[in-house]
Design a protein. Structure first.
Length: 307
């Protein structure tokens, strides 16, 4: 009998392939998109927080004028930048590509994915920087939530909530946890103890939202290669070992406040062109936007929540 190698020639499978895709990005849940027409503009900020929360002496004596009070506005600005990446598909590559490869689709998907990764990293860098989010604490030693005996994660989050409430008189509605933090927190004895009579299963994000009295708990699970191009790859989680409490306005509009917005001109664009001198089709994916903190009082950062 002939062996298998002599009766079969290996071919590319057309019904299966492997491609790494990142976990869902969550940055825009913390800094929602505001559609704008121009790449730079200004917006009003009602500059009367102190006056709006000061109890006035509004007693008016008969035949006297009522007390005059005033309010003011200032302005802030955004300035969008364009973020873009491109790649070429050579005619010979296209002619020799076997199914199921689709070089145009695969190239555009790749550019879109890593553009989104860069966007997520920009938002992470903003929201985990204590010089930006100035309401913060950095846990150390026995306060780390990975210390199941001594730490007090419920109390730490309550402190963050009260810090935000003491500045805007509203409690935060969102808690973002890096996935490593979530995986430690859901097994913390203090957390498990809160559910020991109501649940026998694993602690979920929704259960943590109920515990901490926020509308939602977001888990930052995406990661990135921290090495420079050409160096040996080294992988890490984007959101690190951080927890972030925030008041987030899900429907941006007039006379509202929130931690931050992503000011965005139009939609992401995909451009194509023919570069004859390089015998190639050219593809570019771009976006024009600016991620900005709007009200720092709406956020509280817990750095190094775990070891």
């Amino acid at each position: 009998m002939p062996d298998v190698g002599s009766v079969h020639t290996d071919k590319i499978l057309s019904n299966v392939s492997e491609m790494y895709r990142n976990a869902q990005f969550v940055g825009l849940e913390m800094m929602p998109v505001v559609a704008v027409k121009k790449e730079s503009d200004i917006y009003y900020k009602y500059n009367s927080k102190a006056d709006r929360f000061r109890v006035p002496n509004n007693l008016r004596a008969p035949k006297s004028e009522s007390k005059t009070v005033d309010w003011t506005v200032t302005t802030d600005s955004y300035s969008c930048k364009e973020y873009a990446l491109n790649d070429l598909v050579d005619d010979r590559e296209k002619a020799n590509a076997d199914k199921p490869l689709n070089l145009k689709v695969d190239t555009v998907e790749f550019l879109t994915d890593i553009n989104a990764l860069a966007q997520e990293k920009r938002i992470v860098d903003i929201l985990t920087d204590e010089t930006v989010l100035t309401n913060y604490t950095a846990l150390t030693g026995t306060d780390l939530w990975s210390d199941y005996v001594n730490s007090n994660p419920v109390g730490d989050i309550e402190t963050g909530k009260e810090t935000i409430h003491g500045k805007i008189f509203r409690y935060p509605n969102t808690l973002l946890l890096g996935v490593q933090v979530y995986n430690q927190l859901k097994h913390h004895p203090d957390v498990i103890d809160r559910f020991k009579y109501t649940s026998k299963g694993i602690i979920t994000a929704a259960m943590l939202a109920d515990l901490f009295e926020v509308e939602k708990v977001i888990i930052g699970q995406s990661g990135y290669n921290t090495a420079n191009e050409g160096q040996t790859a080294s992988y890490s989680y984007l959101w690190g070992k951080n927890a972030i409490l925030a008041y987030v306005e899900s429907k941006p509009g007039l006379k509202k406040f929130t931690l931050g917005y992503t000011f965005k001109v139009g939609k992401n664009k995909t451009r194509t062109a023919r570069i004859e001198t390089r015998h190639s089709d050219w593809y570019e994916v771009s976006q024009i936007q600016d991620e900005e903190i709007v009200s720092v009082d709406c956020g509280y950062l817990i750095q190094t929540a775990i070891a």
